[in-house]
Write a protein that binds this ligand. Structure first.
Ligand code: ZN
Length: 139
């Protein structure tokens, strides 16, 4: 079921809300940046995210995986506390503008609801976004 969740960084400078259907699943990926940041995220379409506060408090890191058009992904985080809030991209293969919402940044999510959300594992390290990695133990 699509619900509106609020999220924030640790120091509270950045606040957002996002429409997410947790039953559609959350994602954990083994690509180089997801591994370093222990990313856990849900994809939502561009209109599903609303930044409520802190546009000026955020900064972004841009990364383009090898072989992808530039700039491919924008990873937003609070410049004070460093907490990642979401990433964005804009690509036809994803249906245009999309966000990857950081599940860990959501506030007041029901633990049972979150635990029941299926986790999809992605083998981004080998550019296989359609399959799970062989080893998911550390994701
Ligand atoms: Zn912050």
């Amino acid at each position: 079921m699509l619900k509106i969740y609020t999220g924030s960084c640790h120091c509270g400078a950045v606040r957002f809300e996002a429409g997410i259907d947790l039953a559609q699943g959350t994602n954990k990926c083994n690509c180089s940046i997801c591994s370093k940041s222990r990313a856990w995220f849900s994809f939502v379409p561009g209109q599903a995210l609303r930044l409520l506060q802190g546009a000026e408090a955020q900064t972004e890191y841009r990364w383009t995986p090898p072989g992808k058009p530039e700039p491919f992904l924008h990873f937003f985080f609070c410049r004070t506390c460093g907490v990642r809030t979401y990433a964005s991209g804009d690509h036809p293969s994803f249906g245009g503008l999309f966000y990857a919402i950081a599940i860990a940044a959501l506030d007041e999510v029901d633990a049972d609801e979150l635990a029941a959300a299926p986790v999809q594992y992605i083998d981004g390290r080998h550019n296989r976004f359609d399959q799970a990695p062989e080893d998911t133990r550390l994701l």
